[in-house]
Design a protein around this ligand. Structure first.
Ligand SMILES: Cc1cc2nc3c(=O)[nH]c(=O)nc-3n(C[C@H](O)[C@H](O)[C@H](O)COP(=O)(O)OP(=O)(O)OC[C@H]3O[C@@H](n4cnc5c(N)ncnc54)[C@H](O)[C@@H]3O)c2cc1C
Length: 425
């Protein structure tokens, strides 16, 4: 098979996380792989502009890395395990909520480091050629002719290929080429929230300022802040809030007041001066979700990664958290139900978060199973409510049992109401 594939030329457009990994997969199968990247080689760059410094990585990402032989290097040598969310309340108190009853974890990894390791791995294959400074301009998708701008020489270069794979991110140009075709569906949506990265530096003794093996979260309803640990003992802090709030904080005084009200403990962790400096030196960035179909044109071109499907990073494979829900009593109550039922029925009842983050179950099956669980919980609650009422009726017949029945019915009714609410989310 490898022999047969060696005659086939595959272009991968975009050497980000997905493109550089995909190049390794194709190389293993023997294709003649050409990886085209708009930017310079990030391994030579002092500062890489762009989004999120670190990523939360779960078993799905790790499986991809393992298949090309770099999981060990990235996770064991570089990843920082995070076993729980650490919730920071307004009064400065904290509370840990483990991700999983079996002590499984996700890892904080540096985006740049992962990308660099993957580029180096891709280069180790003799059948991979990487072309930096090449920006995709246009593509004749059916005939497999792709035109790039060589940003160094400013020349246009047209390349023939058997297959072109667009891994050029959420604002993909390859996808734009597909959009020119009939029957191609596309939807993009910006959410009203933006994000800004700040930093908690290491303590003066060089250690972490907060317990390291957690994803720290400051959930505050409409907005939230999270922090992921870095190898150098600093934390990358990401502030999420509506753009209108970002824009309203236009003086150092307003910014500090906002932090004093919402994130008082973070002021000393980040440092007052640094907070003011970084906030006004940075710009809040937008978050987009993208859906399209189909993902391919015949057998000549294909979209992968964010180019095919970008999502806002709050749950799925993004930040592994749900804004303010982690602070909600209903979320915690549902989590208790999930923990109980998964202990009783470990094979049948796998909580949604566990399915998404600690398994490779296909996403559409995760959603279908969660719907089934919601239905079951709804039924369970109804049955216990009826049982409570019947019990209450008989118990109320005797004077002695009256007090007991009253408290039982109240308790069951309250659980019923709460759980029905949760099941509806
Ligand atoms: C704030 C934030 C936090 C996130 N946190 C997480 C997280 O914790 N865990 C997680 O799993 N995911 C996270 N994500 C999502 C994750 O970043 C993306 O899913 C991932 O980067 C997609 O990789 P990609 O290779 O498809 O695209 P990208 O990483 O965007 O790479 C695209 C590449 O294509 C190149 N390119 C673009 N246009 C062209 C062109 N015309 N010609 C040639 N090359 C081009 C770009 O220079 C780039 O190198 C987060 C996203 C955001 C915004």
């Amino acid at each position: 098979m490898k022999q047969a594939n060696s005659n086939k030329k595959v272009l991968v457009v975009g050497a980000g996380l997905v493109g550089s990994l995909e190049a390794c997969y194709l190389a293993k199968r023997g294709y003649d792989v050409h990886l085209y990247e708009y930017r310079d080689d990030i391994r030579n760059m002092e500062h890489v502009p762009g989004r999120s410094i670190n990523l939360a990585m779960s078993i799905r990402g790790r499986t991809g890395l393992k298949a090309v032989g770099v999981e060990e290097k990235i996770i064991r040598e570089h990843g920082i395990p995070m076993y729980a969310r650490m919730i920071h309340n307004r009064d400065g108190s904290t509370k840990a909520i483990p991700y999983n009853k079996d002590g499984k974890c996700i890892y904080s990894v540096g985006r740049r480091f992962v990308n660099e390791v993957l580029l180096t791995r891709a280069e180790e294959f003799p059948n991979v050629t990487i072309h930096f400074h090449h920006k995709l301009l246009s593509a004749d998708l059916e005939r497999g002719k792709v035109t790039f701008l060589d940003t160094m020489s400013q020349d246009e270069v047209t390349v023939d290929a058997d297959l072109t794979i667009g891994c050029d991110g959420a604002y993909s140009n390859m996808r734009k080429q597909m959009m020119k075709r009939p029957m191609f569906n596309y939807r993009q949506q910006y959410i009203p929230h933006g994000y800004m990265e700040l930093c908690i530096p290491p303590a003066s003794d060089g250690n972490f300022q907060m317990p390291a093996n957690y994803l720290h979260i400051w959930p505050r309803g409409q907005y939230m802040m999270i922090a992921l640990p870095n190898q150098d003992k600093s934390w990358t802090v990401t502030l999420f809030m509506p753009f209108e709030i970002f824009n309203s904080l236009d003086t150092p005084e307003l910014l500090l007041d906002f932090f004093k009200t919402n994130y008082p403990d973070a002021i000393s962790l980040i440092g007052k001066e640094k907070l003011i400096h970084d906030f006004f030196a940075n710009k809040a960035l937008p978050m987009i979700s993208v859906k399209c179909s189909p993902y391919h044109v015949g057998s000549t071109s294909l979209l992968m990664g964010d180019a095919a499907h970008a999502m806002v990073p709050f749950y799925g494979q993004g930040m592994n958290c749900m804004r303010d829900l982690v602070n909600s009593r209903l979320f915690l109550l549902r989590k208790k139900w999930d923990d109980l039922l998964s202990r009783l029925l470990p094979r049948t009842w796998v909580p949604l978060y566990t399915m998404v983050t600690f398994s490779r179950e296909r996403y559409h099956l995760c959603i279908a199973k969660k719907r089934w669980q919601d239905e079951m919980i709804g039924k369970l609650v109804k049955v216990s409510a009826v049982a409570g009422i019947v019990l209450g009726f008989f118990a109320a017949k005797t004077q002695a049992a009256h007090a007991f029945s009253h408290s039982l019915v109240t308790h069951l009714n309250s659980i019923t109401a709460k759980t029905l609410n949760v099941a509806m989310r």
